[in-house]
Design a protein. Structure first.
Length: 237
């Protein structure tokens, strides 16, 4: 069963645009869980352009499903995650000035660094996931880091699938099979949407979680949040 984790970054983007507290990020997280979401994801970036570190703290008592905090493991991020104690931390190697996450880890080059960071979170009973491109050698490298899970970076799939290229899912299918064989849990995310999620899910073995934000929030502007969440859940069954 693939869990739907709703990334609420863009609710914080809208809130911050007027300097007030509307829409309220915590209320939105409570509502998406009430509508059936099986997790809440946030990605507090160093510039706090959308999700702020205080949001991560405020959300903790209200997220009763899976709480996933994503980010580049700079010291302030590590300290925040250890303080908040989410269900899962997802490590993402994005640069501070990146407009959005745009690459997976080089799990071979950064093995020693990742081993140490992952161990620290695991010793604090936080499940770890690392953001990776769909490259077999990177999946093998991920296993060597000791991480519990990987998150397949699905931007390339989403872009190609939107152009009609269904073969774009093949690297992801192959990497998921390898991850399963290695005992790594498989998550996925970035640019997944109502258009591509069912095809993706049907081609990925053992997909445990998808985290979806940008498209889900945009689709909700037209179709309504509760309706969109129910649409995703039906497609993920
Ligand atoms: C890692 C990833 O793809 C997402 O978790 C990320 O949260 C998207 O970040 P923005 O919402 O800032 O684009
Ligand atoms: N890890 C992916 C995520 O949380 C949301 O990415 P997107 O759906 O906003 O592209």
């Amino acid at each position: 069963m693939t869990k739907l984790s709703v990334n609420i970054n863009k609710i914080a983007t809208l809130r911050n645009s007027r300097g007030g507290d509307m829409p309220n990020v915590v209320e939105f997280a409570k509502d998406v869980q009430r509508f059936g979401a099986e997790g809440v994801t946030i990605h507090p970036r160093p510039d706090e352009r959308h999700i702020r570190y205080q949001d991560a703290r405020d959300l903790k008592p209200e997220v009763y499903t899976e709480y996933n905090i994503e980010g580049n493991p700079i010291k302030s991020f590590i300290d925040l995650v250890l303080e908040v104690q989410p269900t899962q931390v997802t490590l993402v190697p994005d640069a501070e000035d990146a407009i959005t996450s745009n690459a997976g880890w080089d799990t071979i080059k950064h093995k020693d660094y990742l081993v140490d960071v992952i161990k620290e979170f695991q010793q604090n009973n936080i499940r770890t996931s690392i953001f990776v491109d769909p490259v077999l050698s990177q999946i093998e490298g991920a296993k060597e880091t000791g991480t519990d899970r990987i998150e397949l970076y699905t931007e390339a799939f989403a872009h190609q699938y939107g152009l009609g290229n269904e073969d774009a899912v093949k690297p992801y299918s192959e990497c998921a099979l390898l991850a399963n064989d290695l005992g790594l849990g498989v998550n996925a995310g970035h640019d997944l949407s109502l258009d591509n999620i069912e095809f993706f899910k049907n081609n990925i073995s053992g997909l445990l979680e998808v985290s979806i934000g940008h498209a889900l929030i945009a689709e909700s502007l037209y179709l309504g949040v509760e309706n969109v969440i129910q649409m995703y859940l039906r497609k993920l069954k």
